[in-house]
Design a protein around this ligand. Sequence first.
Ligand SMILES: Cc1ncc(COP(=O)(O)O)c(C=O)c1O
Length: 365
Amino acid sequence: MSRCFNFSAGPSELPLEVLEQVRDELLDFRGTGCSIMEISHRSKAFTEVHNETQQMLRSLLDIPEEYDILFMQGGGHMQFSMVPLNLMAPVSADPSRRGGGCYIVNGTWSRKAAHEAGRLGGISIAAEGDETNVPQQQDLRIPEDASYVYYCDNETVHGIEFNYVPDTGRVPLVADMSSNILTRPFDIRKFGAIWFGAQKNFGIAGLTIAAVRHDLIGRAPENCPVMLDWKSYSSKNSMLNTPPTFAIYIANLVCHWLEKQGGVPEMAKRAAEKSGALYSVIDASDGFYSGKVKPAFRSRMNVTFWLKDESLNDLFVEEAAALGLKNIRGHRSIGGMRASVYNAVPTEGATQLADFMKDFERRHG
Ligand SMILES: Cc1ncc(COP(=O)(O)O)c(C=O)c1O
């Protein structure tokens, strides 16, 4: 068997120990005589996994009881719709007049989220970044009657990460943390809601999680489709219908793995080491490699860079792959290279990629 170092932006690498445990209990899940994929979501064996996963996530992220943890499907794109449907609150006695969402836009995913919210109600833009930076607190314009302020904590395509939590006063703050959840401690009490897809740092595609403060649940309009109302998940412990059982099981194993590794603080330390190793090579390369994101906002998860001579791109990708360093091509919308160093990518993967980059520069620079 030969496993590569996988720098995919998502779905992405899983911890080897998790995959091994899946393999070991695939045919007979803990004495049930069936795989976990073959048992009812209401069975004792599965509900134990489901409840434990919620509890472990609560503890890993220090989420207090005033927040509900919801397990959903539909991915990030469904949350782009659910956030406005659930949070655009009535601004007057007339329930059809709802306060708009206010969006900080600085990359692909916040732009998509703002666009979808704009289809569903009024929105305003608090500030716009130029896809190399993060708008700063003093630049945010937040209308008084905004129902919420929304931003994306880590823009996966461009590799831009917020270096602060916006202060929005009394207006609830909502964050898309799809690509950096569980990679650094943060204080959820500063947020009304956060959400993330599982397929980068919490397992596999098919599971989407939100942590929502109680008072923000139950605000969706009467005619909101049941499956798009956070309340439907919160009132039924995310078991309104059949949940994505296999994805929840994988998330459970990832929680155990994270705990064993030392939890979120340890992940933060490793993320700084891994991304730091790559940014150091870029900065020392005298233009052979260059990044576009301003250093203060460089993502610790998605390291984006360009080769000065783009005719070397294919060779760079091929040679890296031959060394087992895979999936480093940049997003199709912006080109270049992108190495995603999520939690499951070992530090050794990042150092081997950094060594390869130095060697490639020596031979072609
Ligand atoms: C930060 C972020 N938000 C949202 C999305 C969209 O997620 P999905 O593909 O699950 O709809 C992605 C996808 O990579 C992402 O990285």
